[in-house]
Design a protein around this ligand. Structure first.
Ligand code: GSH
Length: 258
């Protein structure tokens, strides 16, 4: 690693973009400390750290340097922690193009999950407060009736936008079904950032058991229920295979500590 100092990764537990970077760091065995932030309370700290007029996670920090936005983090890791096994130089352009394709369906996937999910407030509150301090827990639960409608507007969780999201997801799954014909990995013959991106962004629909949230029966039933229609597609079967072969249990250390 050329830049000195430990890495910190800021995440939200349910965030699939966070899972993308967490998976990359785990797979590359790059040491880091994960700080799971609590939804709603993440906004100002991430806005300040990102310096990008965005409030999103993941954000990675080393010393005073912060990088927000998962493709930018991938670029930063390639430059500062490379060479990465998952970013072979000969395939870099193709990997980045597949990354872009699947990054683009992250929001539609979130929209698609929250529409049914918001009929189950108790589950959402439990997920949002999983890593909260006692004070954060009280705050989120007390202000949930205000946070929920704001969140719904911000993420466009309404029937019209969810219908569009469904079309985009269906197109991405169809593309992946075709891409996987006769091949194991999306680019070249090895596991790359392209596979990590596609598998992590689709993981909330595929519900791999290695993920402590997406793998729960309650999540599958109440949030990703409508996605079960794609359950047996080559695309989602492949996502579960990538988790089984290249991921292992997510948050082994974090869950031990909490
Ligand atoms: N383009 C960003 C998207 C990240 C994103 O949308 N993250 C969501 C969680 S999955 C988030 O932070 N939402 C809360 C917010 O926008 O404040 C990336 O690739 O990192």
């Amino acid at each position: 690693m050329s830049s000195p100092g430990p890495l910190t990764l800021y995440t939200i537990n349910m965030s699939h973009y966070s899972e993308k970077i967490r998976w990359l760091l785990d797979y590359e065995q790059i040491p880091y400390t994960e700080i799971p932030v609590t939804p709603a309370l993440h906004t100002l700290p991430m806005l300040a750290k990102g310096g990008f007029k965005q409030t999103t996670v993941p954000v990675i920090q080393q010393g005073s340097e912060c990088v927000q936005d998962s493709p930018r983090i991938v670029d930063w890791l390639t430059l500062n922690c490379g060479p990465l096994k998952t970013m072979p130089e000969a395939f870099q352009e193709e990997i980045l193009s597949v990354q872009q394709r699947f990054d683009a369906i992250g929001k539609p996937v979130a929209r698609y999950l929250y529409l049914p999910g918001f009929a189950h407030d108790a589950l959402i509150k439990d997920i949002w407060t999983q890593f909260a301090t006692p004070a954060e827990n009280l705050f989120v639960r007390a202000f949930y009736p205000v946070i929920k409608p704001v969140f719904k507007v911000k993420l466009k969780i309404n029937p019209k936008d969810v219908a569009r999201a469904e079309e985009k997801i269906a197109a991405a799954i169809e593309w992946l079904n075709k891409r996987l014909e006769g091949r194991e990995y999306l680019v070249g013959e090895q596991f790359t950032v392209a596979d990590i991106t596609a598998a992590s962004l689709l993981a909330p629909l595929a519900c791999p058991p290695e993920h402590p949230i997406y793998g729960q029966a309650e999540f599958r039933e109440k949030m990703s229920g409508p996605a079960q229609k794609w359950n047996d597609t080559p695309a989602l079967i492949w996502v579960r295979k990538m988790y089984a072969q290249h991921r292992g249990l997510v948050w082994k250390d974090l869950l031990k500590a909490s």
